[in-house]
Ligand binder design. Structure first.
Ligand code: HEM
Ligand SMILES: *[C@@H]1O[C@H](CO)[C@@H](O)[C@H](O)[C@H]1NC(C)=O
Ligand SMILES: *[C@@H]1O[C@H](CO)[C@@H](O)[C@H](O)[C@H]1NC(C)=O
Ligand SMILES: *[C@@H]1O[C@H](CO)[C@@H](O)[C@H](O)[C@H]1NC(C)=O
Ligand SMILES: *[C@@H]1O[C@H](CO)[C@@H](O)[C@H](O)[C@H]1NC(C)=O
Length: 320
């Protein structure tokens, strides 16, 4: 099994739509779920235990870890480059500054992994495993994470500024940023469903209040007026910490928090492909879960460093 799931829908008795996921081997990848089977057989358990501890301390941390993997993969591939410190770091790029979080938790996971098997597991793979555990612990379904990535030797701050989608981007810009890393419109719609968990700051959605559902707009107006733009609210105010398909139901009701969320569906901005997927996912959480895991596997496959490229970083914040 190299990864990937086939989502098969059966329409039973005209009304009950059942979606089954079959693992399949057609996805070409240099990565494999068994990469550490000999060299670090407990890596999945060790990462899971540390993600669990971090989410027990602050449940939102699951969302923050999921986002870290995404922001890693979109810049020079999934190579742990987002974790590097420094004045030219990706951390200081506009989409990340005062926004991405979880670096201390990654240090904690890395320390636990190093003590189980030193100098063996990459920081890039730790992010991929942590993202999956965060989804599972939030109520989403599980998948086999493909492993074997190595860590990059440099950050790319300008790449982070240009490659990461902005909440103010129109849908066609977001689609082209996904296309640039080999992902398609299905991936845009399914992966946006990650916003079923986590928080966003007022500064990033205040522009949307005038076009939002009026009741929710009034609520957010009150929430945001006193703060400095850093006040946060749930991306999915229906079930803030649960990984479910309410994010898509919100979009049908003009309750997407970010302009980029609503843009997947709204007739003014949305395009037919993402609009119809939003409708499908809103009605069918199995289909969302299956498409989401496939898209996570595809995202995790963006330009991995393998073989003798890159390195296994000892400290995720600095190159060896
Ligand atoms: C489609 C384009 C996307 C845009 C424009 C976007 C934008 C954003 C923004 C603006 C925030 C709030 C940041 C802040 O308040 O500082 C956010 C949060 C988040 N994003 Fe996205 N995002 C996108 C796609 C994704 C994808 C593909 C994933 C993961 C697969 C993801 C996962 C998350 C998560 C989990 C959070 C909450 C993080 C937390 O609470 O710490 N997003 N996103
Ligand atoms: C940084 O990212 C940009 C955009 O993806 C890319 O064109 C460029 O080659 C990258 N630079 C380095 C040094 O990796
Ligand atoms: C996106 O790619 C996946 C995997 O190849 C494919 O199953 C899906 O149909 C594609 N979506 C679109 C809109 O082309
Ligand atoms: C938000 O917090 C950051 C970091 O503490 C601060 O630099 C910034 O000025 C605050 N306000 C806004 C609107 O981002
Ligand atoms: C949801 O599914 C039901 C039954 O299949 C259908 O009648 C309805 O139109 C669907 N709604 C959306 C928004 O797709």
């Amino acid at each position: 099994m190299k990864g990937g799931y086939r989502c098969v829908s059966y329409n039973l008795f005209l009304s009950t739509l059942v979606v089954l996921c079959f693992s399949q081997s057609s996805v070409r990848s240099q990565l494999t779920p068994n990469f550490y089977a000999q060299s670090c057989p407990n890596v999945l358990k060790v990462v899971k235990a540390r993600v669990f501890a971090a989410m027990k301390n602050e449940f939102r941390m699951g969302a923050s870890l999921l986002r870290l993997h995404f922001h890693d993969c979109f810049v020079n591939g999934c190579d742990g480059s987002i974790l590097l410190d420094g004045s030219d770091s990706e951390k200081l790029a506009l989409p990340n500054k005062n926004s991405v979080r979880g670096f201390d938790v990654v240090d904690d996971i890395k320390a636990a992994v190093e003590s189980a098997c030193s100098a063996t597991v990459s920081c890039a793979d730790i992010l991929a495993i942590a993202a999956k555990e965060a989804v599972v612990l939030s109520g989403g379904s599980s998948w086999n994470v493909l492993l074997g990535r190595r860590d990059g030797l440099a950050a790319n701050q300008s790449g982070a500024n240009s490659g990461l989608p902005s909440p103010f981007d129109p849908i066609d810009t977001i689609i082209s940023k996904f296309n640039d890393v080999g992902l398609n419109t299905t991936d845009v719609a399914s992966l946006s469903g990650a916003h079923t968990i986590g928080r966003a700051r007022c500064a990033l959605f205040s522009n949307r209040l005038s076009t939002l559902d009026p009741v929710m707009a009034a609520d957010l107006q009150a929430l945001c007026q006193s703060g400095d733009g850093n006040t946060t609210t749930a991306l999915d105010r229906n079930s803030a910490d649960v990984f479910d398909n309410h994010y898509f139901q919100n979009l049908l009701n003009n309750r997407g928090l970010l302009s980029s969320d609503q843009g997947l569906f709204s007739s003014s901005e949305g395009i037919a492909a993402t609009k119809s997927l939003v409708e499908t996912y809103s009605n069918d959480s199995n289909r969302f879960f299956c498409d989401f895991m496939n898209s996570m596997i595809r995202m995790g496959n963006i330009s991995p460093l393998t073989g003798s490229n890159g390195e296994i970083r000892k400290n995720c914040r600095v190159v060896n």
